[in-house]
Design a protein around this ligand. Structure first.
Ligand code: FAD
Length: 566
């Protein structure tokens, strides 16, 4: 379902994306896949050269797969197989992490792939849609109007120009000018520790190709395997006596690392070294009228759990399909309200969990040191021998467990068992026979993520032509009747999907509406009232159409009347 955008004659562009980091690139790609051509600008002169984030989580890989870039990512990255725990210089435990999400995701592992390479892959893909990033181009002012935003841009030659955009996406990092120009507060605080990160070539006690975690009385060092001979990314906390130094070099940090990781540790080269303070902050709102905040512009937190880059990518995936439907005139702008309803709770939970994990890892003092060196490694290794613990750990870290139960777009009808997938959940991954006499297929590959998908299980499907009753929505919703088949029943039972049931999936794969008994009226009501799709020409239901149009007008008036944030 690709429509070509029909832009309002009063604007220069439907969506202006500020920032071409991972979040902006994901948003631009997802819009382009849906026929919306954004302008994307970045104040830097070109793509980032530093690797920064290192881990790509399963949910991100599932999205990469829909974008057609997963093969490249897998070829360039390395699968995380295990974490070796070292305490006081001695190897203590090996925690297997390879394939811990087996049967939960087509990508049951974490992929080690630097942020720079992720950006390259997404940037190349964007080029295939004919969209070029405008480098050396900086947003300097924003003025909101009821039907557009005037964005003042400074170009490479220093001159300014105005872009009239229907919507602006602030993917502009932790110091986000979009956030600041919108007057949105960013409460939180910095952690007291100063971190360092170094991309090195090193030899030592590290188990090759695996994560090595060196725990010591005063902190930790992480060694991530990188591509290339003896390539290691080293992350750690700076010793107290080095924290205030602006001119610090990697060579000065080496003795502290060797003290823990052993004197046989030798660095042959350091390609990148940086120190940084980490903050934990979340924007009070992720939206001011026509401007949205995504990625680090909306939330920053400790790197515990390698969630930062991935969360920004999911923000973009959440917003893109909604924005595309609104831009195409297929959905009312009320649909966009669900973006912050869904993503603010995700960011807040992330801040809490990463904060707790981080405090546990870095806590100062005798007790903290004892916990790190004597208890943490053994507990982690023992816990991961339990299947249930492994599953919970994978669901949490991989981001496949993210759910939007409280969203206005989530509706579970009465009758579904408590342990069944519910509205807001990412629908489980499984293999199903999608047609009589066909082989089981990967459901995620099969479903088109530019449409709503209605899965009908164990009951008569909508009568032929029933979708005609959805008027103009027929092309936005695809119906899949799951064949009555022994293998299908086993897969559904494994993932706790009841028989009979129906699941209406949003384009991003989350459940919008679900229940046991499929009724066309429930589907229609959901699409019009909760998905805010614009319904036209519904046969024999004129009152319904009029009601919807009236509701849309009211919402437009409300958007136009909103006052700036204080
Ligand atoms: C040293 C370091 C190490 C890190 N390590 C990890 C890690 O191990 N794991 C992890 O998950 N995360 C890590 N992170 C965090 C991760 O890099 C971020 O979460 C990620 O970059 C967020 O992506 P983003 O696109 O939202 O923002 P950014 O990557 O910050 O991109 C924002 C873009 O906006 C542009 N911009 C800003 N202002 C303007 C303007 N006025 N006009 C035009 N463009 C503008 C910037 O030039 C930039 O390119 C690390 C970060 C740092 C700094």
């Amino acid at each position: 379902m690709i429509h070509v955008s029909q832009r309002d004659a009063n604007v220069d562009v439907d969506v202006l994306i500020v920032g071409a980091g991972p979040t902006g690139l994901m948003l631009a790609n997802q819009l382009a896949r849906r026929g919306v051509k954004p302008i994307i600008i970045d104040r830097h002169s070109g793509p980032a050269q530093q690797s920064r984030a290192m881990a790509v989580q399963a949910r991100t890989m599932e999205i990469y797969s829909k974008m057609g870039i997963i093969e490249k990512a897998l070829a360039l990255g390395a699968r995380g197989t295990a974490a070796n725990m070292w305490a006081n210089g001695r190897w203590t435990a090996r925690v297997p992490i390879g394939d811990i999400g087996q049967s939960m995701s087509p990508f049951p592992f974490v992929l080690m792939l630097g942020q720079d390479q992720n950006e390259h892959i997404m940037g190349d893909k964007l080029g295939e849609y004919g969209i070029a990033i405008e480098w050396n181009t900086e947003l300097i002012a924003l003025e909101q109007h009821p039907d557009h935003v005037d964005a003042t841009i400074k170009g490479p030659d220093g001159t300014t120009r105005m872009i009239k955009a229907a919507w602006v996406a602030g993917c502009d990092g932790s110091r986000s000018p979009v956030r600041e120009l919108s007057g949105i507060k960013f409460p939180g605080a910095p952690y007291e520790q100063t971190f360092f990160v170094a991309d090195t070539e090193a030899t030592g006690s590290m188990r090759p190709g695996e994560l090595n975690v060196y725990l010591w009385r005063d902190g930790f060092h992480l060694f991530f395997p990188m591509r290339g001979k003896d390539g290691w990314r080293v992350i750690g906390i700076l010793p107290k006596h080095l924290r205030q130094r602006d001119d610090l070099t990697f060579e000065e940090v080496v003795p502290a690392i060797q003290q823990e990781a052993g004197t046989n540790l030798s660095f042959k080269a350091c390609h990148w070294f940086s120190t940084y303070r980490i903050h934990h902050r979340a924007a009070e709102r992720f939206r001011d009228r026509r401007c949205f905040l995504l990625g680090d512009a909306a939330h920053i937190h400790s790197p515990a759990g390698a969630q930062g880059m991935n969360t920004g990518l999911q923000d973009a995936y959440n917003l893109a399909w909604k924005l595309a439907l609104v831009v195409h005139g297929r959905a009312d702008a009320a649909l966009l309200d669900s973006y912050e309803q869904e993503r603010i709770p995700v960011a807040q939970r992330l801040l809490q969990t990463t904060d707790r994990a981080f405090q546990l890892i870095v806590s100062d003092g005798w007790l903290g040191g004892l916990f790190r060196t004597r208890i943490l490694a053994k507990v982690a290794a023992r816990a991961m021998t339990f299947e249930r613990v492994r599953q919970i750990a994978f669901r949490t870290i991989s981001q496949i467990g993210i759910s939007y139960p409280k969203s206005s777009m989530s509706r579970t009808l009465a009758g579904l068992p408590k342990d069944a997938p519910a509205a807001g959940d990412r629908f489980p991954w499984m293999h199903l026979k999608m047609r009589e006499n066909s082989l089981p297929e990967d459901l995620f590959e099969y479903l088109d993520d530019t449409q709503f998908n209605l899965l009908v299980i164990g009951q008569p499907t909508l009568a032929a032509g029933a979708l005609g009753d959805l008027g103009n929505l027929g092309d936005l919703v695809r119906v899949h009747t799951i064949a009555a088949d022994h293998g299908n029943r086993l897969e559904l039972a494994r993932t706790k999907v009841p028989h009979p049931s129906f699941y209406l999936l949003r384009p991003d794969g989350h459940v919008g509406l679900c229940g046991t008994q499929l009724e066309l009226a429930d589907i229609k009501r959901y699409l019009a009232e909760q998905a805010h799709l614009i319904v036209r020409g519904v046969r024999g239901n004129a009152g319904f159409v009029q009601d919807k149009v009236a509701a849309m007008q009211t919402h437009r008036d409300a958007v136009g009347e909103l006052t700036p944030a204080t």
